[in-house]
Write a protein that binds this ligand. Structure first.
Ligand SMILES: Cc1ncc(COP(=O)(O)O)c(C=O)c1O
Length: 425
C-alpha cells in the first residue's frame, strides 16, 4: 500500500492523492468527503482520517498544517501563518533551518546506537552540553521528552538523597507521566489518575515562606520551572529563586530546575537559570534541544548518583538526535545570537506595554516566552489571532502564550505586534 503525495503549500490543487489505499476507500463509502475532481485527482481528507483513527487526548484546532519554513507554516489550503506555537516550543530555530537540515544527514551514517555502546555523536554532544552548563553540572543523561527528563530527575534525586518527598509550585507543569504528573499542580490533570506517586507537596511560587514551611526530614528536592509556561507564563523572581537555592544548600535538599520550556536560549540565555545567577543540582531539558527532533536530557551535578543498570532509555542519546542537538547548541552559542534574542524580547515587550490594549490585563515573560493575560477567555482571542494569520497557544484559561522561533525576523515581529494590537485593542 503506497501513498504518493505531492504537497506544495501554496497551491492546494497540487495536493494529490494518486494511489488511494483501501482504508481511504472505506472513508469514501462512509461518506467522508473525498470529492472527485475532473482531473481524477482526489483531495485527501487528512482531518477526517486523523479524527477517525486518533486515540483522542488533545482538543484540536481546525487546521491541517503541511509545511514550514523559517517562522511560517502553511496549511493544506496554502494559507500561511506566523508560527508562535512552533510545535509547543520545539522548533526553536524555526522550520527547515539549514543547520538542522544539514545535521539530519547523520541519518545516512547512523541513526540509532544503543547506550550499551559508545558513539561519536553522543560523546561530542555530551561534551558540548556539559561544557556550556553552569557550575559542576558536567554529566548528562539523555532521553526523548520533557516528562521523561523529569521522571529521571525524580529518580536520581530519590536515590541520591535516600528521601522521597518533593516540593513543587502551585500552577507548575512537569508533564503527564505518573511521576511528572504527581509534580504537576493542575487538579483537572491529576484527578482521574489517583493515586499518584506519594510525597509531592505544593507551595506558592515566589513566596519563600510557603516553600520553607513544606520542608520535612523526608524532603529530597525542590522542583521548579524558571518561568511557569503552561501555568500562565509566570517568571520566578530572582530573590525568591536565590533564597530557595540557599534553603536547599542549608537543609541539604537538591534543587531541580525544569527547563524543558525555558532552556536552549528561550529566555535569552542558554539556560533560564543564568538569568538568576542560580546553579541547581539538576537541569531538565527537552522540547527544543534538537530543533524539533525528539530529545530530552538531565544535566546533573557532582551531588547526584544513581545505581548502574536501574534507569535507561532505548532511544535516549541516539546519534541522529545528538548530531542535530549539537549543531543547534553550537548555533545558539554563536556570538551575538542570544543578544539578538534578548533584543527582540525587549522590542516585543516595549511595543506591547506601550500601547493601549484594552483587552490585556498583564504582559509577562522572559526572553521569547511571552504571556498576555487577557480579560475573559484566551481561547477566542487565540482564534482571532489565527484569523489574523498568527498561531499562538493558551496557558491556562486567560493567558495567550507566544513561543516564536528565536530566529524570528524583525519584520515578522512587527507583524506579530500588529496582529496582537488589533485583537487586543
Ligand atoms: C516545563 C515543562 N516540563 C515538562 C514538560 C513535558 O514535556 P513533554 O511534553 O515533552 O513530555 C513540559 C511540556 O510542555 C513543560 O513545559
Amino acid at each position: 500500500m503506497r501513498i504518493l503525495l505531492s504537497v506544495c503549500s501554496r497551491n492546494p490543487e497540487s495536493v494529490l492523492f494518486r494511489d488511494l489505499p483501501s482504508w481511504a476507500w472505506n472513508c469514501k463509502k462512509d461518506g467522508l468527503h473525498l470529492a472527485k475532481k475532473k482531473s481524477g485527482k482526489l483531495p485527501v481528507p487528512f482531518q477526517e482520517i486523523e479524527t477517525r483513527h486518533e486515540f483522542r487526548v488533545y482538543r484540536k484546532r481546525d487546521l491541517v498544517l503541511v509545511q514550514g519554513k523559517g517562522s511560517s507554516v502553511w496549511d493544506l489550503q496554502g494559507r500561511e501563518f506566523l508560527d508562535c506555537v512552533t510545535g509547543m516550543g520545539a522548533a526553536i530555530l524555526g522550520h527547515g533551518h539549514p543547520v538542522v537540515m544539514k545535521a539530519l544527514k547523520q541519518a545516512e551514517t547512523l541513526i540509532t546506537c544503543s547506550n550499551l555502546f559508545y558513539n561519536d555523536q553522543r560523546a561530542l554532544f555530551m561534551a558540548s552540553l556539559a561544557n556550556a552548563a553552569p557550575g559542576d553540572l558536567k554529566r548528562v543523561f539523555l532521553c526523548n521528552s520533557g516528562a521523561e527528563s523529569v521522571e529521571a530527575a525524580l529518580k536520581f534525586a530519590r536515590f541520591s538523597t535516600g528521601k522521597t518527598e518533593f516540593i513543587c509550585a502551585r500552577r507548575g507543569y512537569h508533564g503527564r507521566t505518573m511521576g511528572a504528573l504527581s509534580a504537576t499542580f493542575r487538579p483537572d490533570y491529576r484527578e482521574d489518575f489517583m493515586p499518584l506517586v506519594p510525597g509531592f507537596r505544593f507551595a506558592e511560587l515566589n513566596h519563600f515562606e510557603s516553600f520553607r514551611e513544606q520542608v520535612t526530614n523526608e524532603t529530597a528536592a525542590v522542583l521548579l520551572e524558571v518561568v511557569q509556561g503552561e501555568g500562565g507564563v509566570h517568571p520566578v523572581r530572582k530573590e525568591f529563586l536565590q533564597d530557595i537555592a540557599r534553603l536547599c544548600r542549608e537543609k541539604g535538599l537538591l534543587l531541580i530546575l525544569d527547563e524543558v520550556q525555558t532552556g536552549m536560549g528561550r529566555t535569552g540565555r542558554l539556560f533560564g537559570c543564568s538569568n538568576y545567577d542560580v546553579i541547581p543540582d539538576m537541569i531538565c531539558l527537552a522540547k527544543s534541544m534538537a530543533g524539533g527532533i525528539p530529545m530530552g536530557a538531565v544535566i546533573v551535578s557532582d551531588r547526584i548518583e544513581h545505581p548502574l543498570g536501574k534507569h535507561g532509555s532505548t532511544f535516549g542519546g541516539n546519534p541522529l538526535a545528538c548530531k542535530v542537538a549539537n549543531e543547534v547548541l553550537k548555533y545558539i552559542l554563536i556570538s551575538g545570537f542570544l543578544d539578538s534574542v534578548r533584543k527582540k524580547s525587549f522590542y516585543l515587550m516595549r511595543h506591547l506595554t506601550s500601547r493601549p490594549l484594552s483587552r490585556a490585563v498583564e504582559i509577562r515573560g522572559l526572553g521569547l516566552l511571552t504571556g498576555i493575560q487577557v480579560k475573559g477567555e484566551a481561547a477566542p482571542l487565540v482564534q482571532e489571532l489565527e484569523d489574523q494569520g498568527v498561531l499562538a497557544l493558551t496557558a491556562g484559561p486567560d493567558v495567550i502564550r507566544l513561543l516564536p522561533p528565536l530566529t524570528i525576523s524583525m519584520k515578522d515581529l512587527e507583524r506579530l505586534i500588529g496582529a496582537l494590537c488589533k485583537i487586543l485593542a
